[in-house]
Design a protein around this ligand. Structure first.
Ligand SMILES: [Zn+2]
Length: 164
């Protein structure tokens, strides 16, 4: 037994009925979604998308980090992305702690995380506006590319546009 046996067993079943879609790695709907790693979010399902439609970028808090910008540049110029939705969510763990809290929690376990930036979110609206501005103002993405934000409600399944 390993910690991953359940996954390999499930995959063997999955692959039995798997049919090659013939899709390429390009985003068929020209979309990239930046969202949180929260396990309650089903980005494809909640947006009416299928595998192949969109690039999904996930991290803690749906933050537009340097790595997200790097990935968006590749998604736009190599993989057909023409629009970006940044989608944080209600009840996000990143809104409930500060970076200092996280350092304290890890320190209690004997781990020094002070060299890491966690990009915790004291004000979700402000963080989202900041992140949208980061995408809109980067010199590396096409000027005028549609970029918007929306908060996903994990209780109702509804998106609330935030936009600017
Ligand atoms: Zn979250």
């Amino acid at each position: 037994m390993t910690a991953f046996d359940d996954l390999y067993a499930a995959n063997a079943k999955y692959a039995k009925d798997f049919g090659d879609s013939g899709l390429t790695g390009r985003a068929a709907r020209g979309l990239a979604v930046v969202t949180c790693m929260d396990s309650r979010i089903d980005p494809l399902g909640l947006l009416g998308l299928q595998p192949g439609d969109a690039k999904i970028l996930r991290n803690a808090g749906a933050r537009v980090t340097d790595d997200v910008l790097r990935t968006l540049v590749l998604a736009v110029y190599l993989l057909g992305v023409e629009r970006v939705l940044v989608m944080p969510h209600t009840d996000c763990g990143m809104t409930k702690v500060t970076d200092a809290d996280v350092h304290e929690l890890t320190s209690a376990r004997g781990v020094d995380t002070r060299s890491l930036e966690f990009h915790t979110v004291p004000d979700q609206g402000e963080a989202l506006r900041h992140d949208l501005t980061r995408i809109r103002s980067t010199p590396f993405l096409p000027a005028g590319m549609p970029v918007t934000g929306a908060i996903y409600d994990v209780r109702t399944g509804l998106l609330t546009p935030v936009g600017d």
